[in-house]
Ligand binder design. Structure first.
Ligand code: AVI
Length: 718
């Protein structure tokens, strides 16, 4: 028996199921709020986020304003003041509490908001039980979808609030869960075609999903899954947040001003990165989709990886095509940024009255996201659903699905690292830039080198520095800023800080955020009165000092003979640039190794334990890890040779057989005996070094040289 056969019974059943559906959505909101204390529900952590209590009241106001007041005869509003408090943005309805000040609404209380909800629910039950008109039914659908949107907002906003808390509260308790290996990211191919975009006329959809219309998509490919945290970490490690060439201009400006170096909520811990989740702070799961990235970051990642973001039409055409089953993680994980600006579809006209303000007036300056996320209520999303946010927002659960044009991959290398590797391995004498020794493993191996009996440089320089520290201290003006170049572990810095307590600011510059972070933490704990302002930057590119160092007398510090790793012309340019950075009147303390007997030099670069050999080969491992190279490390031997003509130790990696190595789809042949030149370590006679410094605009004030093995420290002045 179908209800239609018995009109009266049918209408009653229908009304009952309508009421049930209404109450089920309303109950879900209350269940989401249930774990939250009244204090949790009242706080507002930023202008974009609203208190849970406000969400609960606003969704109620929506039903009251757009359904009960116009359609339930005799209905009087629960409290006339609530129209002001809980109107979100409807100009046609009247003035409202400013959005950034919703957290100031300590009243009505959580209990009163509960009573308001119950009052409106009772009235809605009456309205829905009285043969609702098509208009009521249409508005009911909108009200329910609206409330579901706020259910997701409650979770986004509470996560943002909890992420501000030093206690890292968990919204819900759950066993730690690690995702399984996401498997390789595959690209599915889609034909170029005139496709249908947008919601059909039947069934509920928001106005921004209509009218359905035709759009042409050129042949394209779409990733079968979302970008993972592990892949995002590779982007971070390759310097993705520091390489302007991958960033949109506005994104770069924002990333710099906000100091972005990872997705929102990520925090560097001793054991690796953690992130804030609804279950509290958890280690970043490398296999899970990356979350809390802005459009700007998504676009930078796509550019870095040699791909692009999909357009809305591409996403929707793929999600509704027969192949869509092969697309993983379409819904329920992360909203996926598209490259489409949030704009009206052809023929779109906002509806009349206040509800016409629902979506249409926001159609500028935002980007569209597709899919749905882990906080989206079940059944809420659909292929035509258009979510939208400002390109800099990060608090929603937004991630990345990559796309690309369906044509042969662009031959352009995907990043500067790859560029330089390709260039270095393509010439006659193959070479690699020595800066690429220093990934995490390379930095660890270098620290081990500094402890080796044969590697005299660190020991000798440290001893000399301790001896002459009082003489250096005399050159340091009061309240000076000590600026260290390529500071690494900042071990030698403490000698200067102890000898010259007049140093007020310490500004270490290093490319490695991890090394800087731990060094800064260590220095801060020993010198609590010192202002420590680390600068994550390639020191050959630094052009402005951190604010705290500006306007102070600057003392540069460049120990370790790192200057020797640059060719004379490069060293001159670097010293010149340091002069510009430190300013007129500044002092620059530079440590540089001195030319000596090759019988002392060679073992320092070819030690008995093989640590330097491992350090040298690690550059190949770094390429394998970061660029997907196929180097077999055992097929290359470490060589250290003294080049007397150029007064330098050269490190090479010698191919032990004829072989070919592939990197990012390119093949590089090696003959047996052929070498890759990986490093120069110049050993300047003091006059040579001083001539270079003078050509760079410095005057040599002092020079101190250690007993054998000779190592020199220079005091330069600008
Ligand atoms: C960082 N730099 C000064 C070291 C040097 O001595 O040239 C790097 C190094 N290479 C091999 N051993 C150490």
């Amino acid at each position: 028996m179908k209800p239609d056969d018995f009109p009266l019974i049918g209408a009653a059943v229908e009304a009952q199921s309508l009421v049930e559906r209404y109450l089920a959505v309303r109950r879900r909101t209350e269940n989401l709020a249930a774990p939250l204390s009244p204090e949790d529900q009242a706080a507002q952590s930023m202008p974009d986020a609203s208190p849970t209590k406000w969400h609960r009241a606003h969704t109620t106001w929506f039903f009251e304003t757009f359904l009960l007041t116009p359609f339930l005869p005799g209905y009087t509003v629960y409290d006339p003041a609530f129209g002001y408090l809980f109107n979100s943005y409807y100009e046609a309805v009247g003035p409202r509490q400013p959005r950034p000040q919703r957290g100031l609404l300590t009243r009505p209380s959580v209990i009163e908001v509960g009573a308001y909800r119950a009052f409106v629910d009772a009235a809605m039950t009456r309205l829905l039980s009285q043969a609702p008109t098509p208009e009521v039914l249409e508005r009911l659908e909108l009200g329910l979808a609206h409330e579901e949107q706020h259910q997701e907002l409650i979770l986004m906003d509470i996560l943002h609030l909890f992420a501000q808390s030093p206690l890292d509260p968990a919204y819900r308790v759950a066993e730690p869960r690690r995702s399984g290996d996401a498997g390789p990211q595959r690209f599915l191919r889609f034909e170029g075609a005139l496709v249908d975009v947008g919601a059909r006329e039947a069934g509920f959809a928001f106005d921004n999903e209509r009218p359905r219309h035709k759009a042409y998509v050129a042949p394209y490919q779409l990733a079968d899954r979302l970008v993972t945290n592990g892949e995002w970490l590779a982007f971070m490690e390759a310097g993705g947040y520091r390489q302007v060439e991958f960033w949109l201009s506005d994104g770069w400006t924002l990333a710099q001003s906000e100091g972005w170096e990872a997705p929102a909520y990520w925090r560097r811990e001793e054991a690796g990165w953690s992130t804030m989740t609804l279950e509290g702070r958890r280690p970043v799961d490398p296999n899970a989709p990356v979350l809390h990235v802005s459009y700007y970051e998504a676009a930078a990642y796509a550019a870095w990886s040699g791909h692009r973001l999909p357009t809305e039409a591409e996403w929707e055409a793929a999600a509704t095509s027969v192949e869509s089953g092969a697309l993983r993680q379409l819904y329920g994980h992360a909203w996926q940024w598209t490259s489409s600006a949030y704009a009206p579809y052809p023929g779109f006209r906002p509806g009349a009255g206040a509800l016409g303000e629902y979506n249409g007036k926001f159609m500028v300056n935002q980007m569209t996201l597709r899919g749905g996320c882990l906080a989206t209520p079940p059944g809420h999303s659909r292929p035509s659903y258009r979510n939208f946010f400002h390109p800099g927002s990060r608090w929603m659960f937004a991630g990345v699905r990559l796309a690309e044009d369906d044509r042969p991959p662009l031959p352009t290398p995907k990043n500067a690292f790859l560029d330089e590797v390709v260039a270095g391995l393509s010439g006659g004498q193959k070479s690699l830039p020595s800066k690429y020794f220093y990934d995490a493993e390379g930095s660890r191996l270098f620290e081990a080198i500094c402890e080796l009996p044969e590697y005299y440089l660190t020991r000798t320089e440290t001893a000399l520095l301790s001896k002459i520290a009082p003489e250096i201290a005399v050159l340091v003006p009061p309240d000076a800023a000590l600026v260290e170049f390529g500071s690494g572990a900042s071990a030698k810095t403490r000698i200067l800080l102890d000898a010259a307590p007049q140093i007020a600011v310490y500004a270490p510059i290093d490319i490695s955020p991890e090394a800087l972070d731990s060094a800064a933490r260590r220095i801060r704990s020993v010198y609590p009165r010192l202002v420590v302002t680390p600068l994550v930057e390639d020191f050959t590119r630094a052009i402005v000092l951190p604010d705290a160092a500006q306007g102070r007398a600057a003392v540069g510090f460049f120990p370790g003979s790192t200057i020797g790793n640059f060719a004379p012309a490069e060293a001159e340019a670097l010293l010149g640039q340091a002069r510009a950075l430190l300013g007129k009147g500044s002092t620059f303390i530079v440590g540089a190794d001195v030319a000596k007997d090759p019988n002392v030099l060679i073992p320092a670069y070819d030690d008995a334990q093989g640590v330097t050999a491992a350090f040298n080969r690690n550059i190949l491992a770094h390429i394998n890890r970061a660029l997907g190279g196929s180097f077999e490390l055992e097929a290359f031997a470490h060589r250290a040779v003294w080049n007397a003509d150029d007064s330098r130790i050269e490190m090479h990696l010698e191919s032990l057989r004829d072989q070919a190595v592939t990197i990012a789809g390119r093949s590089f042949p090696f003959r047996v005996g052929e070498t890759i030149h990986t490093e120069n370590s110049h050993k300047y006679r003091p006059e040579m070094f001083e001539a270079i410094a003078e050509r760079a605009g410095w005057r040599v004030m002092r020079r101190w040289t250690s007993e054998d093995p000779a190592f020199a420290i220079y005091a330069l002045t600008a």
